[in-house]
Write a protein that binds this ligand. Structure first.
Ligand SMILES: *Cc1c(COP(=O)(O)O)cnc(C)c1O
Length: 424
């Protein structure tokens, strides 16, 4: 399988090279040259398969030219070594709990897959550079922690992430450095993108990206869409995805292009509703992000929008019948969290709550699945404000509170990042 750049101004690459490169030299995102079709019997067989077994079959066509089958099977089993339960919240509504990994967010799947893929395909020292709106950083830091030959540099927006998220980022130590940026997430993302576009800087430091733009972060996320459908009742399925950079949703849409039967996807956002606006017929207009309670989705210029365009053959997909948009502000998010908790006893985190509510729009008679993208305890203060009950902190989150945070404060310009990299 080769991957082309969505900007079409740089050479196609195989999986391994695309993983090392991250962002294409022309600023495009790598996208598979063709979309593999899985055999129809797979969609019957997958009901009896384990999560890693499904992952191996779904992802193999993308990596087979670069990895040995046995190595790849071992890799996927190591990555997907935690459960992803599909939990019934009420009749016909299911939560796909993606927060049972080491850092309690769905990004563990992509980050763990990428770290092992990079180690498998790279033969030089690399610096993984990642901008985080909260959960990416800890998932990446954890996924790469003390992987030999890899340094990790995380950029996070000062004061814009939850206390526990900040602790997770700043207490890793080892090969992980956290940069606290005087700015917002979009500044962090811009700084990282500019660093990659600087050939000399990129070469010198072996820079690579672990943001959702990297194919090895992006592709493995499709696995749990297959898994969710395999666990759900055998009826048409609607999947609502709380979204920020739209890596997660676009990976699920790619799975559907490979044959996974999904009746409808719903792109669910907070007040940063550029994509829902577009899906309701307005021109696509990225804008600065605004802070919300579901801060991991505070993205004003979603980097994976371009992949969604390419999924629809680069045509205007605003009117696509299998995708619709939904958004909800903070006040409504708190209300939904409270209502669901009072009625069912189920605790939603502020991101999952938006996915839950989005399912109200699903086609009649379809089974609704929303992705619960983070453990509610990661947003304990919001949960407590909404429901009156503080969620219990899982042990793997509680430990970070006892550690001493360490970070380097920098400005919000590409120059500031360059200066830091050169100073190491
Ligand atoms: C990153 C994140 C999202 C958004 O995912 P995208 O792939 O960027 O759309 C949603 N919820 C949580 C908890 C996240 O950490």
């Amino acid at each position: 399988m080769t991957f082309y750049s969505t900007s079409r101004q740089s050479p196609d690459l195989g999986f391994g090279q695309a993983v090392i490169r991250g962002l294409a030299p022309d600023n495009g995102l790598y996208f598979p040259q063709e979309i593999p079709q899985l055999p129809t019997d797979f969609f019957k067989r997958m009901r009896g398969m384990s999560l890693p077994e499904i992952g191996v079959e779904a992802l193999w066509p993308f990596v087979q030219a670069d990895l040995k089958r046995a190595d790849f099977e071992a890799l996927v089993h190591e990555v997907l070594n935690f459960p992803i339960p599909l939990v019934e919240v009420e009749e016909d509504i299911y939560s796909l709990e993606l927060f049972h990994g080491p850092t309690c967010a769905f990004k563990d799947v992509g980050a763990r897959f990428m770290s092992r893929s990079l180690a498998a395909v790279s033969d030089r020292e690399v610096t993984v550079l990642v901008a985080t709106s909260g959960d990416t950083g800890s998932a990446v830091a954890n996924g790469f922690y003390n992987v030999p030959g890899v340094e990790v540099v995380l950029l996070f927006p000062s004061g814009k992430i939850s206390e526990i998220q900040e602790r997770q980022l700043t207490t890793m130590g080892g090969n992980v450095t956290a940069l606290e940026v005087d700015g917002v997430f979009d500044d962090c993302q811009h700084m990282v993108k500019q660093a990659f576009l600087d050939d000399a800087l990129r070469e010198k430091h072996g820079l690579t990206s672990a943001n959702s733009i990297n194919v090895a972060r992006w592709l493995p996320q499709m696995t749990y869409y297959f898994w969710a459908v395999a666990q759900a009742p055998e009826r048409p399925v609607t999947i609502a995805v709380p979204s920020g950079n739209f890596g997660n949703l676009s990976a699920g849409m790619l799975g559907a292009e490979m044959g996974l039967p999904v009746l409808q996807f719903i792109a669910a956002t907070n007040a940063n509703h550029v994509v829902p606006d577009f899906l309701s017929g307005e021109p696509y207009s990225p804008r600065p992000s605004v802070p919300t309670l579901s801060n991991a989705m505070d993205v004003g210029a979603p980097s994976n929008f371009v992949r969604m365009q390419h999924l629809y053959g680069e045509s205007d997909f605003a009117l696509a019948s299998d995708l619709q948009g939904f958004w909800m502000d903070d006040e409504a998010t708190l209300e939904v969290m409270k209502a669901v908790y009072d009625r069912t006893g189920y605790t939603l985190d502020p991101h999952g709550a938006i996915g839950y509510e989005a399912l109200k729009m699903r086609p009649e008679g379809s089974v609704g699945i929303f992705l619960e993208t983070a453990h509610p305890a990661k947003f304990g203060d919001v949960v407590e404000r909404a429901t009156g009950a503080a969620p219990e902190l899982p042990e793997r989150l509680a430990v970070v509170l006892d550690k001493t945070p360490e970070s380097v404060r920098i400005g919000n310009q590409p120059e500031d990042l360059r200066a830091y990299l050169e100073s190491r």
